[in-house]
Design a binder for this molecule. Structure first.
Ligand code: ADP
Ligand code: MG
Length: 482
């Protein structure tokens, strides 16, 4: 299909994001939420839906969701209730999930995103509390599906956006923003690959200029940021092609297959659940007092935009650099931790923006898994700041530090990279280089000043990379100009 046909259409996208909260205990039962325990060791009669058990609301669930609501400019409902969402599934022993339906605790908010160079606001319809279901494991026993209920009852928040998103890129940026906010608030680790952040996308297309929305489909099973972008693009193209060939979009739920890079049908609208929501009779309404709200507001951390602005002002860095450093809360924390051990904000920022980010990228790891601790990195920066090593030695030592636990200082000695700024040592080398290259000397004196780099390179080589290049530059130009 030609791109001009596609240009006649506009996509409309709304995202539903589930974030698993980092509370220590479950939403309605005093049992651990820790990930990775042996199957079915973190369950109580309540998670199993035994009759006669009564849920008790975890206060932190309420605090965490209010934090999220405040950080996304939502109104906070002073009184909201829980509802039962009824359906049958093997990993849902109660036969219903406790959720919120008519009165979400947070609603009518918005967040800002930047996509392809423009800024835009995306509306947040609602954010509500609910509990997770258990896990069905299909790939461990050849004949049976196994059930692990450790996850049953783990608290989630669901963040529903307005249909304000228009491109896959905007959806990607919106999701990144949500991840950034939950990480800054420390309410969710934001890991999509591990399922602590999950996203469903509602997608429709309409001819440009038409106000009425088209029929939407819902995409599930996209377990990475890139897959969300890809799946939405695939679905937009599919819908346009379908309409252009005379067909009609049918409301259905589709699963993204990351291997085949396409979607497949999960269910049609007729097969959709009727959840028969009704108010949860066992949990009293959630009442948010002024006092509670003030207390939570006072507890909010410095948010990414504010931190970025502070980095620009306090460390005199470009807005782009500040953006990159504050994008990931833990990277920004690392930066400030290094600065607690050395006061060279510029050198530290440069090192993180180049070598550290490159390493994270190459190894596909997060800053939390980065092997050089903040104080060790500060040690490396100190060596450079005090002119003990030159910049190429800094990179060499950095690479060595990735592989062992030694200090930068020890490695500089061991690798024989301590820079020589001693003119007494360098002078004979400079003399030697000049003597060995009479032709170059003549050409330099005839005006080929670019040869300076050649002479510096020769001295660096003969000093085994240890000479202070600045000093060598001075010494050589002095000699050649003489
Ligand atoms: P449900 O999934 O329960 O049917 P909603 O109808 O409230 O929930 O919509 C869920 C999501 O779908 C929201 O994020 C909303 O913005 C989005 N949405 C609604 N209508 C459309 C549409 N025509 N095209 C794309 N997204 C839509
Ligand atoms: Mg939905």
């Amino acid at each position: 299909m030609s791109s001009s046909v596609k240009d006649n259409y506009e996509a409309v996208i709304g995202l539903e994001v589930h974030a698993q909260l980092l509370t220590e205990s479950k939403a309605f039962a005093p049992v651990s939420t820790e990930f990775g325990g042996s199957p079915n060791t973190q369950v109580t009669p309540l998670c199993l839906g035994h009759p006669g058990t009564l849920p008790v609301l975890n206060e932190n669930l309420v605090r965490y969701i209010i934090k999220m609501g405040l950080a996304t400019n939502c109104e906070i409902s002073r009184k909201s209730i829980f509802a039962r969402k009824n359906y049958f599934y093997p990993d849902l022993p109660k036969g219903y999930q406790i959720s919120q339906y008519e009165t979400p605790i947070c609603h009518d908010g918005h967040i800002g995103i930047t996509a392809d160079g423009y800024d835009k606001e995306i509306g947040i319809t609602r954010i509500h509390m609910e509990e997770d279901a258990g896990k069905s494991i299909h790939d461990q026993d050849p004949f049976n599906t196994l059930i692990d209920l450790n996850r049953a009852g783990v608290p989630l928040i669901e963040i529903v956006s307005e249909p304000d998103i228009r491109t896959p890129k905007e959806a990607y940026e919106y999701l990144k923003r949500i991840k950034q906010i939950v990480q800054y608030l420390e309410i969710c680790d934001g890991n999509m690959e591990e399922g602590s952040l999950r996203c469903d996308a509602n997608v429709s297309v309409r001819p440009k200029g038409r106000e009425k929305f088209g029929t939407r489909t819902e995409l599930k099973n996209m377990n990475s940021f890139r897959n969300v972008e890809r799946a939405i693009q695939y679905e937009i193209d599919r819908q346009i092609e379908l309409i252009e060939s005379g067909g009609k979009v049918v409301q259905q739920t589709l699963l993204w297959d990351a291997d085949k890079m396409k979607t497949r049908l999960m269910r049609t609208k007729e097969e959709a659940h009727d959840y028969r929501y009704f108010p949860e009779p066992d949990i009293p309404p959630v009442v948010v007092t002024d006092e509670m709200l003030e207390d939570i507001k006072a507890d909010l951390p410095e948010m990414p935009d504010v931190r970025k602005q502070r980095f620009v002002e306090e460390f005199n860095m470009s807005s782009d650099d500040a953006q990159t450093l504050t994008e990931d809360r833990y990277l920004a924390d690392y930066y400030e931790e290094v600065l607690a051990h050395t006061d060279s904000p510029k050198t530290v920022a440069n090192l993180i923006l180049t070598e550290v980010l490159r390493t994270l990228n190459d190894r596909s790891i997060s800053i939390g898994e980065f092997p050089i601790s903040a104080d060790r990195l500060a040690g490396l920066v100190e060596l450079r700041e005090n002119d003990k090593i030159n910049s190429s030695a800094m990179t060499e030592i950095f690479n060595a530090m990735l592989e062992n636990d030694k200090s930068a200082e020890d490695l500089a000695e061991e690798m024989n990279l301590v820079q020589v700024s001693d003119t007494g040592f360098l002078e004979p080398i400079v003399d030697e280089v000049i003597e060995d290259h009479p032709d170059e000397v003549e050409r330099y004196r005839d005006g080929k000043k670019g040869l300076l780099g050649f002479f510096i390179g020769q001295v660096m080589q003969r000093s085994q990379g240890k000479a202070n290049p600045e000093l060598v530059r001075e010494m050589i130009s002095e000699r050649l100009e003489a």
